[in-house]
Design a protein around this ligand. Structure first.
Ligand SMILES: Cc1ncc(COP(=O)(O)O)c(C=O)c1O
Length: 367
């Protein structure tokens, strides 16, 4: 068994993908091609936002998004330390300081009741992460941002298609950032990302930044220092095939998660990932907590079941963030979660036989 097996996922679309790639080869429009423009339009419509801009990764969507909002040296951005490194890396790369707030232990998302305490005169934005596919507490975060005049950049890299009160994530803040890393719920066949916004001005600024700051009317007249960060036409052509299937992919993940939740209720000290009310959690990861995490991981491995620890080292304790001066004990819930979490295989095509085997081995360990 593999932690993530994309073979079936891709064989189901292989014929269409080859046709789409052949079209790109024939058109020769590998950079900023027709398929990119179409996919950006479809992605924006799918998310109910005015603009979607393809980039070469979710990390770049965060970085360019922050820069487009004018965030840089001297500024502070509030975020979670229980996430993939790219979240805080992007903040730090702008020159701004990541300020970490502890998580809600049940949802793993930023604890919105602690955000106001972390606001200073330098705070410019809040960057909530919809971790593992579950939307953060957007009503509270929006209210805090409004009260303190802060921007919001959503890290929706793990949560494409997730909903908060019936609305898709990525459309709540000033900017929404998505990743098309192959393992993601909407994965490409290489790197890729997208930034969404409802602001014409912010969209124009991100467009400038993703193409070397070239003037919209003259490619060789550069009005800003930018980057080379475009979604490849071939990736856009493949992602366009998957986008209409995203709802089904997510529903299949949710069905696996429901089966896990039912099976693990009352077993040992397992705590399942709680989904807060009014949210559609699209389970990019299925993560449980137990005080016997390391022993359980070894047990599952001995049965041929691979698992992952997302996340073993919280961002405030990563060596690359040591300059910020955080120490062990600063974020108690985040650190506790890092010692207890274990992610189990979950992907649309996970077979019921494999799922049952995982459940049986988990229950067997606690028996
Ligand atoms: C929460 C989070 N933020 C940002 C990223 C960065 O996305 P990418 O790998 O496309 O740069 C990821 C992807 O792994 C992620 O999980």
């Amino acid at each position: 068994m593999q932690f993530l097996d994309l073979t079936e996922h891709h064989s189901a679309i292989e014929k269409e993908a080859i046709e789409a790639m052949t079209t790109v080869f024939k058109n020769g429009d590998f950079i900023n091609g027709k398929a990119v423009a179409q996919f950006e339009k479809d992605f924006a419509t799918h998310h109910g936002v005015s603009h979607a801009l393809g980039m070469n990764s979710g990390t770049d969507a965060l970085l360019l998004g922050l820069e487009a909002l004018g965030i840089g040296a001297g500024d502070e951005v509030i975020t979670s330390a229980f996430t993939f490194f790219a979240t805080a890396e992007a903040i730090a790369q702008t020159g701004a300081k990541p300020v970490f707030v502890d998580i809600d232990p049940a949802t793993f998302n930023i604890n919105s009741s602690l955000i106001e305490n972390a606001i200073t005169a330098k705070t410019k934005a809040i960057l909530p992460v919809h971790i593992f596919g579950q939307p953060a507490d957007m009503d509270s975060i929006l209210a805090i941002a409004k009260k303190h005049n802060l921007k919001i950049i959503e890290d929706a890299c793990q949560a494409v298609g997730a909903e908060y009160k019936g609305k898709k994530v990525g459309g709540f803040g000033d900017i929404g950032c998505f990743s098309f890393f192959p393992s993601k719920n909407l994965g490409g066949c290489g790197d890729g990302g997208m930034a969404t916004t409802n602001s014409q001005e912010v969209a124009a600024q991100m467009k400038l930044l993703k193409s070397h700051g070239s003037s919209p009317t003259d490619k060789y007249f550069n009005v800003a220092l930018g980057y080379n960060s475009r979604l490849d036409t071939i990736q856009a052509a493949i992602l366009a095939i998957k986008l209409p299937r995203l709802k089904q992919y997510n529903e299949m993940r949710i069905a696996h998660a429901k089966a896990y939740n039912t099976a693990f209720a009352g077993i040992g000290d397992i705590v399942c990932h709680a989904t807060a009310p009014d949210r559609v959690n699209v389970y990019h990861q299925y993560t449980i907590r137990t005080s016997k995490r390391n022993e359980l991981k070894d047990h599952l491995e001995s049965k041929g079941i691979p698992t992952m620890i997302y996340y073993r080292v919280p961002l405030h304790l990563q060596p690359a963030m040591s300059y910020l001066g955080y120490k062990s004990g600063d974020l108690t819930e985040t650190e506790k979660a890092c010692g207890e979490v274990l992610s189990l295989p979950i992907y649309p095509e996970l077979s019921v036989e494999n799922r049952d085997m995982i459940i049986e081995s988990m229950c067997g360990f606690f028996r």
